[in-house]
Design a protein around this ligand. Sequence first.
Ligand code: GDP
Length: 472
Amino acid sequence: MVLAQLGGSISRAIQQMSNATIIDEKVLNECLNEITRALLQSDVQFKLVRDMQTNIKKIVNLDDLAAGHNKRKIIQQAIFNELCTILDPGKPSFTPKKGKASVIMFVGLQGSGKTTTCTKYAYYHQKKGWKPALVCADTFRAGAFDQLKQNATKAKIPFYGSYTESDPVRIAIEGVERFKQENCDLIIVDTSGRHKQEASLFEEMRQVAEATKPDLVIFVMDSSIGQAAFDQSQAFKQSVSVGAVIITKMDGHAKGGGALSAVATTKSPVIFIGTGEHIDEFEVFDVKPFVSRLLGMLLLFPVFDIFESGMGDWSGFMDKIHEVVPMDQQPKLLQKLSEGNFTLRIMYELYQNLLKMGPIGQVFSMLPGYSAELMPKGHESQAKLKRFTTIMDSMTNEGKQKMLFIWFYLLHKLDNSNPKLMTESRIMRIARGSGQPPREVMDMLYEYKCLAKVFWSKMKGLKIPKKSEMSA
Ligand code: GDP
């Protein structure tokens, strides 16, 4: 079961449980069994799934819950928390500091996407003002140095390697030394990909680690690895001190559950995910937004509680509006917000603004609790926003209105976690029209659903305070 289906299945199980007139032991068990089945089909390790089920049952003791308790909410929250626990080792990874040289060593199986990920990681930080450098200590695979060199040159990142030197330890030491002298603050060492059985390569990896004393060892794992994830991550963990995990190829049709639950084996957090072959198809991984998204988010994740918690929380957002939106545009924007009138057209304008980093984009990026985690972020997701606007460009105005209606209906009447309910033929038509894959159309609709939900359910009728009424 691929991850998107996994999310759909879990959400459906929760929805079914919520629809029951009375929530008793039987209903809860059916819901948990359904979730268990879905997780196992996605390759999440059996022990983790079993523990999760036990923990939820411990938290949700139906006999002890007094009649006044909202059992549905308690169960939903417990499931959400337990899924987060699977993905959260509870300790953050080492965080490099800008301006201070840190050595980051990458390890992983051959073909996992390690070399590509080294460059993505360097590029991500370079854009944020770091001075990264790449060292190719992979002397095992022919062409490894050329690949890194090519990637690094494209991204204008300094690199070090050798065609003739066969000792990876020596190359690693020389490269790290050189880049320290050049005041690079993120020295990334790519090592040979290896397999669990290759004892000599594991020994070599250990020696590179011993010689370069990395501040952080990142284990790169292909999301399609399945149940083998445990053995493999264990083998790496035993040889070097893995401090963080990056999961690649999350854009594919992989099940992903195995790789994700490898977090529990390495006891190291997933810090990024790779979402494509391109250098900027790389996203920061945060557990709660990920699980929220997996589950169709709005069912469970209380990010929007902030909207219900009084005006105080709005002050930053409102200040930002007054600060960045030109005076003459403020009334119109505030009007739109208070009407909860969020159409695909507004989303289109918003994305256009975000692409230009115009004032409305900045304002939306301030939305409390929402934007930081779920909005496609300015520079990092420019390509994605462009793809979304291309899709929207290809839809007629009438199409945009219809879509609105369908989504509104789905949001309120049906299982709102599965964009597939938006008829396949419609999605295929939009995909063809925009030259984008259907999955991209579904992603776009998902984003729309998230944004629209906020505006419909929370902002409609909201009394927008005037600046003079705020912060006094
Ligand atoms: P290495 O042997 O572990 O260094 O793996 P490479 O970096 O050479 O990557 C192996 C293949 O996976 C290449 O074709 C990459 O373009 C591809 N790849 C790496 N990361 C991703 C990703 O996040 N998504 C997709 N679709 N392909 C990826």
